[in-house]
Ligand binder design. Structure first.
Ligand SMILES: Cc1cc2nc3c(=O)[nH]c(=O)nc-3n(C[C@H](O)[C@H](O)[C@H](O)COP(=O)(O)O)c2cc1C
Length: 169
């Protein structure tokens, strides 16, 4: 059975980004041609930009998710309150190029205004993509970041999405 989600006024949404992204992890959900994919993320945040409430995520160029983000205009960031860690490990290891990850973990797909999200999550940030910017080596001032995170040059792209809705279960 599908879970019931309610819109949450943005000013009522309380979440600690350090714990929710860094400790619990989130699932970045994208969809193209009716095929839904999710990848686990631990980097990201929310704030205000261009006079809009936004969420931002960082996706390496090699991810299948990048292809999906570039060919659609929406995404969702799904939180699980510290649960579903085993599923998130799988979503963070296997590529949607090789497997149907939603089917393999038994997650259901729900939609809000046509934007896909995971039925198993308990808090969802539904977004419309505003920008995609490559993290360029020239802009990185601390050289240890380059050696630690980009030894193979697989740079991240920052996607900023306008928050369309917060959904809470
Ligand atoms: C805990 C955790 C956090 C991760 N965070 C990110 C992230 O913020 N950005 C990123 O590009 N990859 C991140 N990854 C790696 C991707 O989730 C992984 O490469 C995934 O298989 C990509 O799936 P896709 O090819 O279907 O897009 C993370 C993996 C784990 C386990």
């Amino acid at each position: 059975m599908k879970h019931v989600f309610q819109d949450l006024p943005m000013e009522m949404a309380e979440m600690n980004p350090f714990a929710r992204f860094g400790l619990d992890w989130a699932l970045l959900v994208t969809e193209k041609d009716g095929k839904t994919n999710g990848m686990t993320i631990a980097w990201g945040g929310m704030g205000v930009m261009w006079d809009k409430n936004v969420a931002y995520v960082f996706v390496r160029g090699s991810r299948y998710t990048k292809e999906l983000l570039d060919s659609t205009e929406t995404f969702s960031v799904n939180f699980f309150g510290g649960k579903e860690k085993n599923a998130l490990k799988y979503f963070g290891k296997v590529s949607g190029r090789d497997e149907d990850k939603f089917a393999n973990v038994g997650f259901g797909v729900d939609y809000h205004k046509g934007i896909a999200f995971a039925d198993e999550s308990n808090f969802v940030v539904v977004c419309k993509t505003l920008s995609c910017t490559k993290i360029e080596p020239d802009g990185i001032l601390d050289p240890t970041i380059l050696s630690q995170f980009y030894p193979k040059g697989d740079f991240h792209y920052m996607y900023v999405g306008e928050i369309v809705e917060f959904l809470a279960r």
